[in-house]
Design a protein around this ligand. Structure first.
Ligand code: PGA
Length: 250
């Protein structure tokens, strides 16, 4: 039985005050034994403070991105070792916004995945197709290609220390959620691709769904057999809605 995981991706939003209030609200409401594993991924400057607020709670800290390199003359970049230093457990890798807006191709995403694991971080590897790709029937080709690039670089066993997030690009921040059946279909495909290489890893890897998950639709999506929780953007910015999504795992 895979444990479910709900991770909040705060993106580049809020302020120091908001980060404190949000982290405080989540730790106050989460209880000692939440029905799932829980993580939040604040912007870099708030990692330290949020990490301290989470320290006595079961909520894990994650970052939203990391550098390919471990150190050196890379102005503006943040290395995996620095994130580990600040107590990060997770790091999001290959979010569609990074792929689309910052030119992160499959090779770079694979390199970031490796960089994360070099520093003991658990990558949350994002995969997903655009609306155009879905409408032209190539969803599985795209998701398969994105995943194969990481497996080629890191080996299938590396997925034993990673989380996958299926995030259809057309569902992110749009209010347009994939139906539970649409999510299940891609999640099952993802798991079967891994099972062809290693059945045990396929069975144990958590595959999250992301894209307009809200308290109102979370339980239905999370009830699908291959959906192991969610990566939550907009609805993770208020403690109440984030906690309600966590509760939907129960
Ligand atoms: P959303 O974002 O929940 O606001 O759609 C999800 C994500 O981008 O991780």
């Amino acid at each position: 039985m895979r444990q479910k995981l709900v991770a909040g991706n705060w993106k580049m939003q809020g302020s120091r005050e908001m980060a404190e209030t949000l982290a405080g609200g989540i730790t106050a409401g989460i209880g000692e034994a939440p029905p799932c594993a829980v993580a939040v991924c604040p912007p870099y400057p708030y990692l330290d403070e949020v990490g301290k607020l989470l320290a006595a709670s079961p909520v894990e800290l994650g970052a939203q991105n990391l550098a390919v390199e471990d150190e050196g003359a890379y102005t503006g970049e943040v290395a995996g070792g620095m994130l580990a230093d600040f107590g990060c457990h997770f790091v999001i890798v290959g979010h569609s916004e990074r792929r689309a807006l910052y030119g992160e191709d499959d090779a770079m995403v694979a390199a970031k995945f490796l960089a994360a694991q070099r520093h003991g971080l658990v990558p949350i590897l994002c995969l997903g197709e655009t609306l155009e790709e879905r409408e032209s029937g190539v969803t599985e080709n795209v998701v398969g290609r994105q995943l194969e690039a990481v497996i080629a670089a890191a080996g299938v066993s590396a997925l034993g220390r990673a989380v996958i997030a299926y995030e259809p690009v057309w569902a992110i921040g749009t209010g347009r959620t994939a139906s539970p059946d649409q999510a299940q279909e891609v999640h099952a495909f993802t798991r079967s691709l891994i099972a062809n290489k290693d059945a045990k890893i396929a069975d144990s890897v958590q595959v999250l769904y992301g894209g307009s998950v809200k308290p109102a639709n979370a339980a239905e999506i999370f009830s699908m057999p291959d959906v192991d929780g969610g990566l939550i953007g907009g609805a993770s910015l208020e403690a109440e809605s984030f906690l309600a999504i966590c509760a939907a795992c129960g």
